[in-house]
Design a protein around this ligand. Structure first.
Ligand code: GBH
Length: 466
């Protein structure tokens, strides 16, 4: 039986500024932490950077044509903070603002709703020089930046997403250091968690204060989809610890108004949380009209029980989240994507069902989902540009995950939208251009876009259901 999605369902594709824009020296853009990180030898697998990327900064009109051809009704893009506020003096760079106004207007003319992420990891380097997300001031500066955007963009934006995956920004950026700024200090990672929460609150406030109830605010989390290997006490405790530090640290303050006190108990080795000030939790919990979920894969865990092993692992920085002393991630099973990630779509359904139970009435939106594979280009004179990419594994992944969302909707979950990651192959952070997530391929020598079977399949699902 074909599942037909609701008429007003949001169908989109997603990108992020540093991953697609390029043009890093143009129109007064300042360096971001990713420009600096890419210059560190060994930080990026293929020694590349976002200097050119997909040249989206110049090619957005042609890519908006692709959006129309795909038949999506929404585009999730992010704004580069270093283009908007390039100097520590906090002044707004009108050239940066004008660029995005052109993009937003072009989307409006194409009938495509912009779901705008205000922060997708490209922090201005001048803020990192003052401590970055481990410094409270960064959250205050973020609030000012969002205020400026709300004034400049007004009702051109459909949904204002304060942050993309604060988990990654905090734990990969400051915990195990595999992302910019490359810091390895769990105490700083946990303070980054709190300051990102505070930034979310200040950003949501800035949007609502400036644009009142017209504005739809959301935040996108990459909730950890963690499965305990068995019912044993140790395995369940491992999952619980992981969920506490990966998920509850964000859901608690943002949606429930408090940190679970157990979070403080299990992190005493790293921080005393004295960076939390009076009223922060009031600021952080703001009404959100929609919760964004990015889902790629699940993680299976078991408990570490040997006390000597627990002790040895305590200062081991291999894991991003400081739970390695009792949490052991198992090797992924089944057919792995080119990232080495497993495929377990039912866990996505379960996560959505669980969230709907916990937050009745809150709209949920899958703001990223996709897979990387080693693609091969095939000459085909009937295809646009004479080339096509046959990507049966990406097609299968897409089918299974959109089916998983249909299952959630059938179970009564208010999932209101889905965004494929990504519109284009792009700069995959620490992996550079070596991983391809696009449903449309990019030939990085010519910047030509190459359709993949998954793009055609996505168009068909949008039209017909699954
Ligand atoms: C997203 O991050 C980003 O928002 C996007 O910019 C990026 O391009 C895209 O995904 C693809 O990577 O460590 O094996 O247990 C997702 C990052 C992926 C981090 C899954 C945690 C857990 C897998 N997350 N990962 S594993």
């Amino acid at each position: 039986m074909t599942f037909v999605f609701p008429k007003n369902f949001t169908w989109g594709v997603a990108t992020a500024s540093y991953q697609v824009e390029g043009a890093i020296h143009e129109d007064g853009r300042a360096p971001s932490i990713w420009d600096a990180f890419c210059a560190v030898p060994g930080a990026i697998e293929d020694h590349s950077s976002g200097e050119v990327a997909c040249d989206e900064y110049h090619r957005y009109p042609e890519d908006i044509t692709l959006l129309k051809e795909l038949g999506v009704n929404a585009y999730r893009l992010s704004i580069a903070w270093p283009r908007i506020v390039p100097l520590a003096d906090g002044k707004v760079n009108s050239k940066g603002v004008e660029h995005y106004i052109k993009v937003l207007d072009a989307l409006r003319d194409a009938g495509i709703r912009p779901v705008v992420t205000l922060y997708h990891w490209d922090l201005p380097q001048y803020l990192e020089d003052q401590g970055g997300w481990a410094n409270r001031d960064t959250a205050l500066r973020y609030g000012d930046y969002v205020h400026a955007l709300a004034e400049a963009f007004g009702d051109r934006v459909d949904t204002w997403t304060t942050l993309n995956e604060p988990w990654c920004a905090a734990y990969l950026g400051y915990g195990n250091g595999i992302h910019a700024p490359g810091v390895r200090d769990y105490g700083k990672a946990l303070s980054a968690v709190h300051h990102l929460n505070l930034a979310h609150g200040l950003g949501a406030l800035a949007v609502h204060d400036t644009l009142d109830e017209r504005a739809k605010v959301s935040v996108t989390l990459n909730l950890s989809a963690c499965v305990a290997q068995s019912d044993s006490e140790a395995d369940r405790m491992a999952k619980h610890r992981n969920d506490l530090l990966s998920n509850e640290v964000f859901l608690g303050p943002m949606l429930d108004g408090a940190y679970d006190p157990e979070i403080f108990d299990v992190t005493t080795d790293y921080t005393d949380w004295s960076f939390i000030r009076d009223d922060d939790l009031k600021t952080i919990r703001q009404p959100v009209q929609c919760l964004g979920i990015n889902y790629y894969s699940s993680t299976h865990v078991k408990g570490v029980t040997d006390p000597a092993e627990c002790e040895r692992r305590r200062n081991d920085h291999m894991q991003a989240v400081p739970a390695q002393d009792i949490v052991d991630a198992l090797p992924p099973e089944g057919e792995l994507t080119d990232m080495g990630w497993n495929q377990e779509p039912r866990v996505l359904t379960e996560m959505l069902v669980g969230l709907a139970k916990r937050y009745p009435g809150l709209d949920l939106m899958v703001t990223e989902n996709g897979s990387a594979w080693k693609d091969e280009v095939t000459e085909d004179s009937s295809a646009p540009g004479g080339r096509i990419i046959h990507d049966p594994k990406r097609v299968a992944y897409l089918n299974h995950h959109i089916r998983a969302i249909a299952d959630a909707i059938e179970a009564g979950v208010p999932v209101v939208g889905y965004f494929a990651w990504s519109l284009l192959d792009n700069f995959e952070w620490a992996f550079g251009y070596s991983k391809r997530f696009g449903i449309i391929g990019v030939d990085y020598e010519t910047q030509k876009r190459i359709w993949k079977d998954s793009a055609y399949r996505y168009r068909q699902i949008i039209q017909e259901g699954i």
